[in-house]
Design a protein around this ligand. Structure first.
Ligand SMILES: Nc1ncnc2c1ncn2[C@@H]1O[C@H](COP(=O)(O)OP(=O)(O)OP(=O)(O)O)[C@@H](O)[C@H]1O
Length: 639
């Protein structure tokens, strides 16, 4: 990526796979046990044909040794060759049937194990993500977070389904087949096993090479997703700015970065598997050469003893069963490395500690009087940076039922101020209190229940208008929803929608105009009837006439509860008990509308601007406004 991106997720380092199994595997152990047991049964029944074949060749066809089966009393074995053949066929069919059923149950167990863990992990990661503070989301890219919740969790599927299962199968093979081979002929077994140390070293080298490549690949998937998500969200700007070619280039670049990291990993991977097959194949050929020589010419030095043709066939079949699956070990290692890169990213979300969190012993707000105090509040979005804080020593006190108007130039910190009241952020210095309790000590659920917050750009969920109004007050009945909509001057436009209150409003409410969205959000707040009302330019998108209707409802609502209202249109807060004028993060003037006009400072000048009385504005007002703009755009101080 060429452009400066906000910091992404820092993957958790090491050990996350073990933690994943410890945290999620234990609960799902039943399925894993079923999967393992059945996989072992399937594997064991897979060993039967080779053993029987060798025996049948030697005992029935060549007659060089007696027909004797392990675990079966000799008395049960028919004496006649025909009977022995039928027994062989019967056991072969029985073993195949058992193998099929066991294989089904083995897959069932392991797939259930993998799917359940993925589901639990996805849900937990989402739950954890949701608990993060606003600053976490400010610093993260939506597309990257989605990529963790979806792609990274899904990446775990193949290892969770097959990793441990195949690992156990290989251990069972190495031990089981190895033991049988050693029992048949320890020297020839040693020849077959020469491949094992070579495979181990080769795989170790692969792991070291592939791990950072998979981590880079997962990161580039996150980047690509972030870019795509951003572009789909901003499609209107792309079109109106004619930026399609520019964006196609940027997506190409992000896709190319993914291509490159993926290709880098693929090159290592595709070299690894043929390498493994080569080692296994050479070992098979070596065993064949030594074994065939042995059958034909007797034991080569330094070996001793005889090898029959039947024993040689059994041996070669086992060698094949032993050596080829050992090469599959590489696949497990490969899947493990992929899964690990993804798990590290999922754990980065699970490990993130929100700085805005529930207090250890939170205070319950049972009945809220509504006193709101800001006590010498200082706040910075980047407390470790050297930028001037966004809020500096802000203090005010609103008695229960008071209305506080907040006005000031753009960027002066008005929205930030009210976000501290609902704990989207916590102050760096000073305290925000509701009814005398520091909001950091109050139960988050109680605080958010008590405070109704209408944001500057309300967000509507994909769903019906009714669901959007009832969001947060989920059990509201239709009459209450309609009454709230009427108070927000929304009922008429809603009934004119194709399905009235049941009309689906699109993702992010795009089917509604800005003013309609604001009214739905206001209806949500009217329905909630909060103890403290916070309005961040809640009527900025509606026309003056509609605003008058809403303001009447808001005034009625504000009459018996504390209200903090931000307004650019000063007329909406002229009746407030106190108006705070913010400039550069400080309260520079405070008082009633009349007090502030009499003071003839910033507020009085802003009032003149809105009255269109430009002639009466002093030159110093324009100088200060220009300086403020320069400061905001230059990121410096405004005073
Ligand atoms: N999430 C954020 N991360 C970093 N800086 C931010 C963030 N939100 C706001 N700011 C900065 O904080 C300052 C105050 O922003 P804020 O939104 O509080 O101002 P405002 O007075 O409400 O402005 P407006 O009237 O334009 O809505 C601005 O300089 C803005 O760039």
């Amino acid at each position: 990526m060429t452009d400066a991106e906000p910091r992404g997720l820092t993957p958790s380092e090491g050990g996350s796979m073990w933690r994943l199994y410890a945290a999620y595997g234990r609960e799902n152990a039943g399925h894993a046990v079923l999967g393992t047991a059945m996989a072992l049964v399937a594997r064991a029944s897979g060993l039967v044909p080779a053993l029987l074949l060798g025996l049948a060749i030697d005992a029935v066809l060549l007659g060089t040794r007696p027909f004797s089966l392990p675990l079966v009393p000799d008395a049960w074995v028919p004496a006649a060759a025909a009977g022995q053949l039928w027994l062989t066929v019967g056991i072969l069919v029985g073993a195949t049937l058992l193998g099929a059923v066991a294989s089904y149950l083995g897959s069932y167990g392991w797939n259930r194990f993998a799917q359940t863990i993925q589901h639990d992990l996805r849900t937990d990661a989402y739950d954890h993500l949701q608990a993060q503070d606003r600053a976490f989301f400010d610093a993260s890219r939506t597309g990257e977070l989605l990529s963790v919740l979806n792609n990274d969790v899904n990446q775990l599927e193949s290892f969770l389904t097959d990793g441990v299962n195949s690992g156990l199968r290989i251990v069972a093979l190495v031990v089981g087949v190895g033991l049988v081979m050693f029992a048949l002929n320890p020297w020839l077994a040693l020849v077959s096993l020469t491949a094992v140390p070579v495979l181990v070293v080769f795989t170790g080298l692969f792991v070291r090479a592939i791990q950072p490549k998979y981590a880079a690949m997962r990161a580039s998937v996150g980047d690509l997703n972030a870019r795509l998500e951003n572009n789909v969200g901003g499609i209107e700007v792309i079109k109106t700015e004619g930026a399609e070619a520019y964006e196609t280039d940027r997506v190409r670049e992000a896709s190319r970065a993914y291509y490159d990291t993926n290709w880098d990993a693929i090159r290592t991977r595709i070299a690894f598997f043929p390498g493994l097959s080569l080692v296994s194949g050479l070992s098979f050929a070596l065993t064949f050469a030594v074994g065939a020589f042995w059958v034909l010419n007797g034991p080569p030095t330094p070996f001793s003893g005889a090898v029959s043709a039947g024993a040689f066939v059994t041996f070669m079949l086992y060698t094949q069963q032993f050596v080829w699956p050992l090469a599959q070990f590489g696949q497990i290692v490969n899947n493990y490395q992929r899964a690990r890169a993804s798990t590290d990213r999922v754990y980065a979300v699970l490990e993130a500690e929100p700085s805005v969190a529930e207090a250890n012993d939170p205070v319950s707000l049972l009945s809220v009087a509504g006193r709101v105090e800001y006590d010498d509040v200082t706040f910075s979005y980047d407390p470790d940076g050297d930028d001037t804080p966004v809020l500096r020593g802000v203090s005010f006190d609103a008695a229960p039922g008071d209305t506080v108007g907040i006005v000031g130039p753009t960027g002066s910190g008005k929205s930030t101020l009210v976000k501290l009241l609902v704990r989207l952020y916590d102050p760096d210095g000073g305290a925000v209190r509701v009814d005398g309790h520091d909001v950091r000590e109050v139960s988050l659920a109680d605080l958010r229940d008590a405070v109704g917050y209408v944001a500057q750009e309300p967000f509507l969920f994909y769903g019906t208008v009714r669901e959007n109004i009832a969001y947060g007050t989920f059990d509201a009945d239709d009459d209450a929803i309609e009454a709230a909509a009427r108070r927000a001057a929304a009922h008429e436009f809603i009934t004119n929608l194709p399905d009235g209150y049941d009309t689906m409003v699109g993702e992010r409410g795009v089917k509604l105009s800005g003013g309609q969205r604001q009214r739905v959000a206001l209806a949500r707040t009217f329905l909630k009837e909060p103890d403290v009302l916070v309005l961040d330019e809640a009527t900025s998108h509606v026309d003056t006439e509609t605003e008058a209707i809403i303001q009447r409802s808001l005034r009625e609502m504000a009459s018996d509860r504390t209200t903090v209202a931000i307004a650019h249109r000063l007329s909406t807060v002229r009746d407030a008990d106190t108006i705070l004028v913010l400039e550069g993060g400080r309260v520079v003037e405070r008082g009633t509308h009349e007090d502030l006009l009499a003071e003839d400072g910033l507020y009085a000048n802003l009032w003149r601007v809105q009255a269109g009385d430009f002639e009466a504005l002093p030159e110093s007002f324009f100088d200060a406004a220009i300086a403020r703009r320069a400061a905001i755009e230059g990121g410096g101080e405004s005073d």
